[in-house]
Design a protein around this ligand. Structure first.
Ligand SMILES: Nc1ncnc2c1ncn2[C@@H]1O[C@H](COP(=O)(O)OP(=O)(O)OP(=O)(O)O)[C@@H](O)[C@H]1O
Length: 488
């Protein structure tokens, strides 16, 4: 069912490689802080400089306190969820959490129903209600599915894998590939929780550092991992017999396709799978060229696609703060620090270098922050995420390595210290959506605050607004009335 057209599409794509720019490797950004971080003599900058000169230090201090207290209020108000907010949303046909069906009507195995209810889920979300019948149909059908961040995609494909496994067979039957180590671990946890009452089904992690003895054959039915290790386990080490795989899931499928290394590895795995293996591709975003490529590699797919205006979640309020330089952004961040630590916050930087610098400066100011970036050892990264998830750290400074999938319910604020841009300096709309989607999980409210420090970054912000056709309001921390209005 799966392999031929994927391979063919890849060959075609390789032949046409030069013309498909968006499917080429996205290099790790180097310190470009550069364009975005250097001061620009924009009129906005000049205005705020002039205003700054007219203030005494004492007035500045008062402004900071007032701004901070109002921001606190704003964040608190955004955080307050009525207890039945999710239930209300699930009855609103316009909400991505809406469903007409119950989990029982989705005909899940009793052990899985127990797992679902054990996790505190009452009703399926829209993507769960729509995708599950397609994924559980006989004969199995392929699916490419898009749904907003935090709307339950992981739970949907985890339920599909658990439903398809034959627990009597002691060998891998489902493979799930994630782009990062952290995400693979997190998805594994969901499988463990959801499969809690189905102990015959076992899971193993194909991730760096999980060393197996040569020659051994895995007995676990589900393998979750990152593409490189998964490929080695299927090919080089033969721990997995790929011919016995019935379900192949690509989580964050667009990045798996758009990043050359991941794409090559995923394709090489996919080429080893049987023709009737079910392919499931999930993401919150699919850029047009990636979408077209996905449709060519997945035979006869069912498709669930969002309209552009549906991609952003209304539950996440978006603002920007105007500054003059990187130092001013840092100062603005210090001013609102008290407010963002009411719950938990993630601060995104464009490069590892900026993230390291920012975490260092915040620590020097006496703020407790955690840092997570790509050059850290994977075990260190897992430990940082765990501490953050447990609420031991309130603020996580990071890069795009954490932009996708990470699900920490208490995150109420996302700050884009640097706006997301691609290697050509254009807005990276998909990454923007994934980053702000770290807040507002499953109907929770969230705040996204974008720090703008130059004419160039203002231009990027405007293009992001145009792309999603969604206004990003200015957050003027000097304007008490305005903030009161937002807060109410
Ligand atoms: N039916 C449900 N009822 C209540 N909570 C749910 C339900 N489905 C999922 N959740 C919870 O909602 C949160 C977000 O779900 P999940 O991580 O599956 O979203 P996602 O769509 O995969 O997000 P992302 O696009 O960021 O990867 C999780 O904490 C999950 O436990």
């Amino acid at each position: 069912m799966a392999t031929d057209s994927w391979a063919q599409a890849v060959d075609e794509q390789e032949a046409a490689a030069e013309s498909i720019g968006s499917l080429q490797i996205k290099e790790k950004p180097e310190e470009n802080g550069t364009a975005a971080n250097t001061t620009d003599s924009s009129s906005a900058s000049a205005k705020s400089e002039a205003e700054g000169e007219n203030k005494t230090a004492e007035e500045d201090d008062n402004d900071d306190k007032a701004a901070q207290s109002l921001l606190n209020k704003l964040i608190r108000n955004n955080l307050v969820n009525t207890t039945n907010q999710v239930e209300v949303l699930q009855k609103d046909p316009n909400s991505p959490l809406y469903s007409v069906k119950s989990f029982e009507e989705l005909r899940l195995k009793p052990q899985l129903l127990q797992g679902v209810y054990g996790m505190g889920f009452n009703r399926p979300s829209k993507i769960q209600e729509t995708a599950l019948p397609m994924m559980l149909a006989e004969p199995p059908q392929n699916l490419i599915a898009q749904s907003q961040s935090g709307t339950g995609k992981t739970a949907a494909f985890v339920l599909a894998m658990l439903s398809h496994v034959d627990p009597m067979n002691r060998y891998p039957q489902c493979l799930c590939v994630s782009p990062t180590y952290e995400l693979a671990l997190q998805t594994g946890k969901v499988i463990e929780q959801m499969g809690k009452h189905y102990p015959e089904v076992q899971l193993v992690y194909a991730i760096r550092g999980n060393k197996l003895q040569r020659g051994m054959k895995l007995q676990e039915q589900i393998v979750i991992g990152t593409p490189g290790t998964m490929l080695d386990w299927c090919g080089k080490f033969k721990f997995i017999d790929p011919k016995k795989i019935r379900v192949f899931v690509l989580d964050e499928a667009d990045v798996m396709i758009a990043t050359q290394g991941h794409q090559d590895q995923s394709i090489r795995i996919q080429r080893m799978l049987p023709k009737n293996c079910q392919m499931l591709l999930f993401s919150a975003t699919f850029e047009e060229s990636v979408w077209n490529f996905a449709k060519r590699i997945v035979p006869d797919p069912n498709i669930i696609k969002l309209k552009r205006e549906e991609e952003t979640l209304d539950t996440i309020k978006q603002y920007y703060v105007l500054c003059n330089s990187r130092e001013e952004k840092f100062q603005a961040l210090c001013n609102i620090y008290g407010a963002i630590t009411i719950a938990q916050a993630m601060i995104f930087c464009h490069t590892r270098k900026t993230a390291g610098w920012l975490a260092g400066e915040l620590s020097r100011e006496g703020h407790q922050v955690a840092l997570l970036s790509g050059e850290m050892q994977v075990e260190q990264r897992a430990a940082v995420i765990e501490r953050f998830r447990d609420g031991k750290e309130k603020v996580l400074v990071t890069t795009n390595v954490c932009a996708r999938g990470i699900d920490v319910e208490q995150v109420s604020v996302v700050i884009n210290f640097d706006l997301p841009i691609d290697k050509d300096g254009n807005p990276d709309n998909e990454t923007y959506l994934h980053r702000i989607g770290r807040t507002g999980r499953f109907g929770k409210r969230g705040l996204a605050i974008n720090m703008v420090d130059s004419r160039m970054s203002m231009n990027i912000l405007n293009r992001i607004q145009q792309h999603f056709n969604k206004k990003i309001e200015k957050l003027d921390t000097d304007d008490l009335d305005e903030i009161e209005k937002i807060a109410s």
